[in-house]
Design a protein around this ligand. Structure first.
Ligand code: FAD
Length: 472
């Protein structure tokens, strides 16, 4: 067997003899996979098909001890490290060419303590795993809206979804974590222990260590929530967007309504003549008593002349998966994102212009109404800095063939530039594409300097750099 080539942390390539791997392998509960081994391609394949990276070695961890062993091995041999959980990061920051890839995707157990209303979650769990285990007891905590997303990357960047206006972000419900730092040591981090590290992990991404377990606070919810879609002709969008703005300005925290501009997918409840035509969708979720929700939603449901109104009581677990068919893995994707304090008429004009010339059937512009409990957490309480954003726009540019890359990416960049004058300075780190690293200082605003200090303390060599990287 030939020597194994793995990129060094800084420059050059390390050449490891097969014997060097023998002891390492023997200490693992999981597997160490080389290119060509069964499981290697699965571990390196991420959600966004534009990302096609080939690590030098994959460690499929079976538990926290494997993570510790892998970090120590990488540091001992000065190897470039990458860390993968759910693999959903749009920028593909879970994998890197030539790296030692620490794959957490097999560590996905979840233990719910029903009486204490807490859940202990391993980092390979998806949102579907989390919702299934917590909803079995009528409990939840805020996570995102696509159930195949990994809870680890989502939480480390902040995490928000249908319940965040009421219960805050994923990080606002984090009680503590177990984390392996760059020196290969395991720590507990919470408000009381290693509080600086805990602060940085709540929004600072994978820069500070590898989290091997998250403890979340849970809230009672469900099993049914009033939720669903209003689908309107795109021609009505100029007026409806203004009406939507007035409606959400009055909405209670229990009510979340997001706008999606896209071409209508062939949904069974939509008349055939609308399939493939531009529409404005308002997706809603109400967390309280359905009767109260019906009354709260009534003014929204009487607006315009909807093509479909499919709002009703749905199982929360099902609602959490409602957008999954539109967000499946394996397509080519490029995202651009802005935070907005308010939705201005100038922004609406650009939305209508660009949504009127979407580059493919699969592209969509999402406008998430956030705020509420999210905004009541002081900006300096966690690393996440976008607390004063009331709306987060995510431009999901999505297509199938590499020959369309330039056309689709070009549309997204043009739209992003056209809407920049209306945006605030922050952005959601989990929505940034690869080349947006230079936005990090404004993304973290006044928290950036402290993040760099904490990075210098816990990871002075920048061993954890395959991420939206905060340099020590
Ligand atoms: C279709 C889709 C829908 C989405 N919807 C939402 C949404 O509604 N709300 C929301 O908040 N976000 C949403 N996101 C964004 C999501 O939060 C990010 O993509 C996030 O990075 C996904 O985490 P992951 O574990 O799947 O990713 P990965 O790609 O595995 O990891 C992301 C980053 O985190 C690092 N990392 C992962 N696990 C660990 C760990 N245990 N310790 C240290 N570092 C780690 C990785 O190295 C990488 O840099 C969505 C993403 C997609 C693709």
């Amino acid at each position: 067997m030939n020597d194994i080539k793995i990129n060094r942390l800084n420059d050059g390539i390390a050449s490891l003899t097969p014997e060097a791997l023998v002891g390492f392998r023997a200490a693992l509960g999981g597997q160490a996979l080389l290119p060509g081994d069964i499981g290697y391609d699965q571990a390196r394949t991420v959600w966004n098909a534009t990302v096609d990276k080939r690590p030098g070695l994959v460690v499929r961890c079976a538990g926290p001890s494997d993570v510790v062993q892998a970090v120590r091995f990488a540091r001992q041999h000065d190897l470039l490290l990458a860390v993968r959980a759910g693999g959903h990061n749009i920028a593909g920051k879970a994998v890197a060419d030539g790296a030692l890839l620490i794959d957490l995707s097999q560590m996905r157990s979840i233990r719910v303590d029903r009486a204490a209303r807490v859940a202990w979650v391993e980092p390979g769990a998806t949102l579907a795993d989390f919702d299934r285990e917590t909803q079995a007891f009528g409990l939840t905590t805020p996570v995102g809206i696509n159930s195949t997303t990994g809870i680890a990357g989502l939480t480390l960047g902040g995490g928000f979804g249908w319940t965040s206006r009421n219960f805050g972000m994923s990080i606002d419900n984090l009680i503590c974590v177990d984390v392996v730092t760059a020196d290969g040591q395991m720590h507990r981090a919470s408000e009381k222990e290693n509080a600086d590290l805990f602060w940085a992990l709540r929004g600072g991404g994978g820069n500070f260590g590898i989290v091997t377990g998250f403890e979340f606070r849970l809230h009672a919810l469900g099993p049914q929530v009033l939720s669903g879609l209003l689908i309107h002709p795109f021609a009505d969008a100029p007026k409806l967007l203004r009406d939507y703005r007035s409606f959400v300005a009055q909405a209670p925290d229990e009510l979340t309504a997001w706008v999606v501009l896209r071409k209508a997918p062939p949904l069974p409840f939509l008349p055939k003549e609308w399939h493939g035509k531009e529409v404005m969708i308002i997706a809603v979720c109400f967390l309280g008593d359905p009767g109260v929700g019906e009354r709260a939603l009534a003014p929204l449901r009487t607006l315009g002349r909807p093509i479909a109104d499919v709002i009703g009581p749905h199982p929360f677990v099902g609602w959490q998966q409602a957008f999954d068919p539109l967000l499946t893995a394996g397509a080519r994707n490029y995202w651009k994102s802005h935070d907005f304090r308010e939705l201005s008429d100038g922004l609406f004009a650009q939305l209508v212009e660009f949504a009127g010339r979407l580059p493919t059937e699969e592209c969509e512009i999402f406008i998430a109404n956030v705020g509420g409990a999210m905004a009541r957490v002081p900006v300096e309480a966690t690393a996440f800095a976008g607390r004063d954003a009331n709306f987060v726009m995510n431009v999901h540019t999505r297509w199938q063939e590499a020959r369309d890359d330039a056309r689709c990416i070009g549309w997204a960049r043009e739209f992003y530039n056209a809407t920049r004058p209306y945006a605030s300075s922050t952005a959601y780190v989990n929505f940034l594409p690869d080349e947006d690293g230079e936005r990090l200082s404004s993304t973290y605003g006044g928290n950036y300097a402290k993040l760099r200090e904490i990075k210098a303390k816990y990871d002075p060599d920048n061993a954890f750099r395959v991420n939206q990287n905060i340099k020590p």
